[in-house]
Design a binder for this molecule. Structure first.
Ligand code: ATP
Length: 191
């Protein structure tokens, strides 16, 4: 396949050689494909080393969310990434026909559970388990989810409902210390 690509190239020899080298590097397991892998179950072979390597490469590329089958792995960026948590991005995940096809994000989890709760046919109560060692970002993640629900549940047209949702968001966020007092595992009951 690589040789065929090279054969059809109409660019300069140097250019096509560089592109072939890139393709070969990717093919032989360079770093480029690893950070594009959005699901840890797709690393080959699935070993502790390849999984950690994938997460490391993604972290270095400023990609902090990775799927692991139906679980989401969130890495603490240890720096503010405001563009990752804008209301616009929340809406994007909210209106997507299939949020799981978008980039891995905590908003995918939020939206899937929201849809399960709102499902008219068979609403199902939802729990999200946020676990990790101290400082991993459990509180941050839980707050993100609460903000997400506050934003997507608010009607965009009504100023009054926006005000109410802000009040609810603040109440939920204020309940965090109580929730945390029960342990490091923070369950988010919905519905
Ligand atoms: N996605 C993120 N973006 C920016 N900062 C983050 C993110 N995740 C975590 N942090 C920051 O990392 C620090 C630790 O996160 P957090 O308090 O959520 O950890 P924790 O798992 O709840 O810890 P503990 O179990 O000790 O309470 C916080 O200062 C938080 O702001």
């Amino acid at each position: 396949v690589l040789l065929q690509v090279h054969g059809h190239s109409s660019g300069s020899d140097a250019q096509s050689r560089a592109s072939l080298r890139g393709d070969l590097q990717d093919f032989l397991g360079g770093e480029a494909p690893l950070h594009q892998l959005e699901d840890l179950t797709k690393v080959n072979p699935v070993t502790l080393e390849t999984v950690l390597r994938c997460l490391q490469v993604r972290y270095m590329a400023d990609i902090f969310y990775t799927n692991a089958g139906c679980t989401l792995v969130a890495l603490n960026p240890f720096k503010p990434i405001p563009e990752l948590y804008t209301p616009e991005l929340m809406q994007e995940y909210h209106v997507a026909p299939q949020p799981q096809t978008l980039k891995p994000h905590i908003f995918t989890v939020g939206e899937q559970t929201y849809r399960n709760v709102k499902s008219l046919i068979e609403p199902v109560n939802q729990s999200i388990v946020v676990s990790g060692e101290s400082g991993a970002g459990k509180t941050w993640t839980s707050r993100c989810l609460m903000k997400f629900y506050a934003v997507v549940a608010a009607s965009p047209t009504s100023w009054e409902s926006h005000r109410i949702s802000e009040r609810i968001e603040q109440r939920i966020l204020n309940s965090n210390p109580v929730m945390e007092a029960f342990g490091k595992l923070i369950p988010l009951p919905l519905g």
